[in-house]
Design a protein around this ligand. Sequence first.
Ligand code: SF4
Ligand code: SF4
Length: 156
Amino acid sequence: MLFDHCAVCRSCCHIEAGYPPLEVVLPQAEQKRFGRICIEDQCEHLGPKGCKLGDAKPIGCQLYPLTFDPQSSSFFFDSECPLLPEYQRQLADPSSEASTHLKRMRQAIDTLSVSDPTFLQLNFDADSDYFDIVPLDPQGPHGSVDSPGSRQKVKQ
Ligand code: SF4
Ligand code: SF4
């Protein structure tokens, strides 16, 4: 399964030494639920097998390694996530895990575009500042890019 590797990698839930803290941008509804999530070392919700929140994790975390630019209405991918080549490849198959994830995220973004458009812009601003993002080709592998390997945040 595509995201099974996350339990081993866990890279996006902790910050490597020397890198600035990462605030998980939360929609208004999630701010009431979580308060604030700021990763300075390791996220407080990270357990030995990955995120302890499971499917109830914040939408920004569900979206990752994608991020969505509301200005261009397009998805981007964190190029440092090792799943990029396989995710991009799977998009050629509409029944794949990546296609299912992308479809679910499109639906969530459609809802947020109405309920909390500010969140979408703030989330994209934070992701594009912090990560080395590349455009996602929603049609499949055409235009995919090579993964540089293990994930590193863009040092600030
Ligand atoms: S960096 Fe990618 S592979 Fe690693 S835990 Fe995050 S989403 Fe999963
Ligand atoms: S809430 Fe869960 S998925 Fe999000 S950063 Fe924390 S541990 Fe990772």
